[in-house]
Ligand binder design. Sequence first.
Ligand SMILES: [Zn+2]
Length: 387
Amino acid sequence: MKVLQPEAIRKLAERKGQNNSPVLSLYLNIDPSNAVNRRGGHKVALDGMLREIESQIKDDEQLKHFQEDAEWVRQKAEYHLPKGKSLVLFCDVSDSFFFEENLPVRMANQAWLGKTPYVRPLLEAWDEHARYGVVVADREKARFFLIAMGEIHEVAEINQEPPVKHRSAAGSDHMRSQMILQRRADKYSEEFLRDVVDKLRDVSLEYSVEKLVLAGPEEVTAELHRLLPKALLLKVMDRVKISINSKASEVLEQSYPAIERIEREQEREMVHEMVTMAHKGKGPSAKAVIGFEATLSAANQGRIYRLLYPNGYRVPGHQCVSCDVLLDHAPADNKCPYCSKALTETEDVVWPLSERVLSTGGKVEEIRDQEARLELVSAGEIGAYLR
Ligand SMILES: [Zn+2]
């Protein structure tokens, strides 16, 4: 997931092909929590996207190149070990260019054939998800971590230069020299912590870090806290006691409660604001809707900016395969009210609904916080901010 840093994404986007042959870019939703995907639904979706591109290629040479790329992508999707929620693939087989990444977030299914890898969804995912910085420091070493989309990466490390050794004085001067050495050591230690602060500032800027956790021995994080400039101080959300040699997974585990607190709070605000907005204005000028029917109708009109529903929420419904409309109830004749074709019953309409929202450029939020869930459920279970 290191690729998600904008710098790396841009580099990818600027990649020059060797022989003027196009790159196939693919975003595939492989979320195993969706029953359809567990039955291989993502492969069906992939096939549909590839066929559509293929049908538009007129040139024989280009078609041959595309089929090579499509084959590689199919193999990847076929033998891919389920990891994360989305699979991102870029390839140009004739140029030996292959790129593969798993993302822990849901992305809209899409495939593109173009001169360069289609990176916009990656940049959007970067913008959409907060980055948290964690510095783990003691008096000799500091490690810098980035947490984004629930994953952790170690991005930098600095070490204290060993202090210059001094000859120890003998006799009655011994006590005095001990004090001098101690003072010198304190000075070295503070200088090192100042270096840590400088590095922390660099890392925060480089990765657009929104919030920080200071980790390490209690007295070190206290001193770091004291040394931080105001801009960084305002980002600090917690101090945790942790050993400098902790594994990245332990750093994530220790920092997560603070992150979770913030994200849960955001969920509560998001739900509360949406419910308030939906109650305020109804009709075509409404800025939010609540309730299943109103939400489906807004989705059918492509008006959803951000969809909110409780994590794990499922509702059976109906879908028109012809005009793609989604319905909670079928009319008595089981015909689509828009195009009169027969409706298909589906065990869960929330999934195709969220796919629809993603594919029209909207966002999907699964609400986990208990209080936010209660407010959402009592207001109408599902709702959305509208464009
Ligand atoms: Zn229809």
